[in-house]
Design a protein around this ligand. Structure first.
Ligand code: ADP
Ligand code: MG
Ligand code: ZN
Length: 477
């Protein structure tokens, strides 16, 4: 029996407005507990929420950037449930009339092809507070600074077919939020949260199986791991003739498995009803057009432009446009160079390696785009070999010096002088008569051995093209 997974994701993104969604309290992160609060966000009786226009504008930006239809009229509802971090006893959210519907985004798969993933809806809502559990005593605290911080929830169609695609979808959504500059999109800090719904069905079967909902996924890796685990688990249950129970399961990152948390609640459990304190939200076409016109270049568009303007492979364009900062870095670096692909190679290789080990983004790179361009220019001019350039790059990461200065100081200029190279080649060939004989008898793989010896003699500074030519010539005599 062949099973295939069906995945749909619900993403909550915190919006970066300066103030909360229904009051003027600050949304700033990291303030002392319960200092950014007022009667409205503390849920005192008799207070009235006032909708923050900035939140609506940000939600519209995301809707338009994900090809959604922005609804002329939408409405806020009360979603009732009891929880200590929800002082009102209900959360204000959009329910039957969300601000946007029926969109899609494109994701790029491993093989370079793209797939379209449908977006069912985007709605606005308020965040709840935060419970802090004392690790030493059986006591919990609640911090209401986060109550009323604006969120958008982005619900996908069940179009995602593997854990890897789920990862690609989330990365793309986050990239769009960041290009729009409306959310930090930081999963570890909780400004970008994902619940993953997954079921399995027999291949070719059109009806979906029973799904489970996975929570507590605070990194992309956990989303993919939890989905992979859950798909296996469901297949095993079905394979043994059992049936999957619709429930919410928690990912346990230490044990690498999902555990049942609670039965799945249904919409009617929440007793949704329109919030009588908030009038319907009406958005006219003029406003939609205004927001649309002000949209920045988005990851998809930038990727296509990179392929067209810089003649980059799809893969490179995809990697480089994953974040706005990295894409900016590439453009700064490539602008003065003959071949943008060289810049792309260096950025995807050495630079991203460096950023990874230092734990910084392209904007905080220890080697600026201009300095990297300077190094690449030295390669293009034949001043240093690609291999030496890596040493120079490492030096650049440790200092503020530019490539030229390091090359001059360390005497790393490439040796292209033919007579000097000829002399060294002659010496190497004379010192290895046995290898020369075997080479001439057909063991041509030994060529690399000779190149290596010559490079060693010159501390890697010999121009490889010249070495190859002179060596070939000499060995064939
Ligand atoms: P709820 O609000 O109860 O979580 P929704 O109907 O809004 O439920 O669906 C939530 C998510 O679950 C959506 O992303 C949807 O695509 C996905 N989903 C729905 N049915 C299935 C299924 N059978 N298998 C996998 N995902 C599903
Ligand atoms: Mg859900
Ligand atoms: Zn407030």
């Amino acid at each position: 029996m062949k099973f295939e997974p069906v995945i749909g994701l619900e993403v909550h993104a915190q919006l970066k407005t300066r103030t909360k969604i229904f009051c003027g309290c600050s949304t700033a992160f990291g303030a002392p507990p319960n200092t950014h609060v007022c009667p409205v966000c503390l849920g005192m009786p008799g207070v009235l929420p006032v909708l923050n226009k900035g939140v609506v504008e940000y939600a519209m930006k995301m809707a338009l950037a994900t090809n959604c239809h922005v609804e002329g009229t939408s409405r806020f509802a009360r979603k009732n449930y009891f929880y200590p971090d929800l002082p009102k006893g209900y959360q204000i959210s959009q329910y039957e009339l969300p601000i946007a519907r029926q969109g899609h985004i494109n994701i790029t798969l491993e093989d370079g092809t793209t797939r379209q993933i449908g977006i069912t809806r985007i709605h606005m809502e308020e965040d709840a507070g935060k419970l802090v559990h004392d690790p030493d005593r059986p006591v919990s605290y609640v911090d209401y600074n986060r109550t009323g911080v604006p969120l958008i929830e982005i619900v996908s169609e069940p179009d995602i077919k593997s854990p890897e695609q789920a990862g690609a979808y989330l990365r793309q959504l986050r990239a769009i939020l960041r290009y729009l500059d409306i959310s930090d999109g930081n999963m570890e800090e909780g400004s970008f949260r994902c619940d993953a719904n997954v079921s399995v069905k027999l291949k070719g079967e059109s009806e979906f199986g029973t799904r489970t909902e996975l929570k507590n996924l605070n990194s992309f890796k956990f989303v993919e791991k939890a989905l992979a685990y859950e798909i296996e688990r469901q297949i095993e249950v079905l394979g043994e003739g059992g049936s999957v129970v619709q429930e919410t399961r928690l990912w346990d990152a230490e044990k690498n498995l999902t555990v049942s948390m609670r039965g799945k609640e249904e919409a009617h459990d929440y007793r949704y009803f329109p919030d009588p304190d908030l009038v319907p939200l009406v958005i006219d076409n003029g406003w939609i057009e205004e927001v649309k016109k002000a949209l920045p270049e988005l990851p998809d568009q930038r990727r296509r432009r990179f392929v067209k303007d810089y003649a980059l492979p799809e893969y490179d364009a995809d990697v480089l446009t994953a974040s706005r900062e990295l894409a900016d870095y590439f453009e700064d670096c490539a602008s003065g160079l003959d071949n943008p692909k060289t810049a792309s190679n260096w950025i995807m290789g050495e630079l991203m390696g460096l950023l990874n080990t230092r734990g910084v983004t392209a904007a905080g790179s220890p080697v600026s785009a201009q300095r990297l361009a300077g190094l690449i220019r030295l390669i293009e001019e034949g001043v240093v070999s690609g291999k030496i350039a890596k040493t120079v790059f490492d030096e650049m990461a440790e200092s503020d010096k530019d490539a030229k200065t390091i090359v001059d100081e360390k005497g790393l200029v490439q040796v292209s002088d033919e007579s000097a190279i000829e002399e060294i080649v002659a010496k190497v060939v004379d010192n290895h008569p046995e290898e020369v004989q075997r080479y001439r008898e057909g063991k041509t793989k030994l060529f690399g051995f000779f190149v290596g010896r010559v490079m060693k003699e010159t501390q890697g500074k010999a121009n490889p093209q010249v070495v190859n030519r002179i060596l070939k010539d000499r060995l064939s005599k």
